[in-house]
Ligand binder design. Structure first.
Ligand code: FE
Length: 245
């Protein structure tokens, strides 16, 4: 090997080394790709899984005692879940009573929806439980609702926007109605009587958060505010009634 051939040999060796390195690197990449974890076909097709609050066990009637606040565990769909999702700590405060006013009518029809075709107003779905101060469900409690229409007018001849229903085996109720209008001296409110299976009767009213007229209504009680869960075309809200055992 003379002085002139040396540089070209070195160049050839360098090129061979480079080719070997490139080939080795390519093999490593191919191997890595072929052993990559396969994508979960379910998550690929259905998108990220959504956590739901559907209970995995049958509804329990045992109320939590001293459980931390579980606001976030209550389904915004307001279906009847079970009492494990309730934010109730015994002894719970009794729902304050209030006047029934002059517009109660006996003999309301049994129904969970007071909405009729063409009825004006914002639809409202109000749900919750009837409970004792020990956070136990009151099964088969009668709740009799009556209210003004969206213009603040009561039907005192018929049963428009009047109806009663009974709580189910979990103490759950659900009322479909419209948000009532105001009338002179009164903010928006819904009247009701809760009657326990033993016949204990309790009369009060419910109010709407954020109404400018609340503070000017001398019957208004902030302890009777419903909780708005979802606002949209239909307003979803909840309220739990706590009555004497
Ligand atoms: Fe009224």
């Amino acid at each position: 090997m003379n002085e002139k051939t040396l540089p070209s040999n070195l160049r050839r060796i360098s090129r061979d080394v480079l080719l070997i390195l490139t080939a080795t690197f390519s093999i490593l990449i191919l191997t890595a790709c072929s052993t990559n974890p396969t994508l979960d076909p379910v998550s690929t097709l259905e998108g990220p899984s959504v956590q739901t609050e559907v209970p995995t066990s049958q509804p329990s009637l045992v109320a939590p005692t001293g459980a931390p606040s579980a606001e976030s565990t209550f389904s915004p769909t307001l279906e009847d879940r079970n009492l494990e999702t309730l934010n109730c700590t015994a002894p719970a405060s009794l729902t304050p009573a209030s006047t029934g006013g002059p517009y109660f009518t006996t003999g309301s029809p049994e129904r969970t929806s007071l909405v009729e075709p063409g009825m004006p107003g914002t639809p409202l779905v109000l749900s919750g439980y009837v409970l004792t101060t020990e956070c136990q469900p009151v099964i088969n409690a009668k709740i009799d609702f009556w209210q003004a229409d969206a213009n603040g007018v009561y039907d005192n001849q018929g049963y428009t926007l009047r109806g009663h229903q009974f709580t189910n085996e979990n103490g759950f109720y659900q009322l479909t109605t419209v948000i009532p209008g105001m009338y002179p001296g009164r903010t928006e409110h819904i009247h009701y009587k809760v009657i326990s299976p033993e016949g204990n009767e309790f009369t009060s009213q419910l109010y709407f958060p954020g109404s400018n007229a609340n503070q000017g209504d001398f019957i208004y009680n902030p302890a009777l505010l419903i909780e708005i869960v979802e606002e949209g075309e239909t307003v979803s809200a909840r309220f739990n009634f706590v009555i004497e055992p």
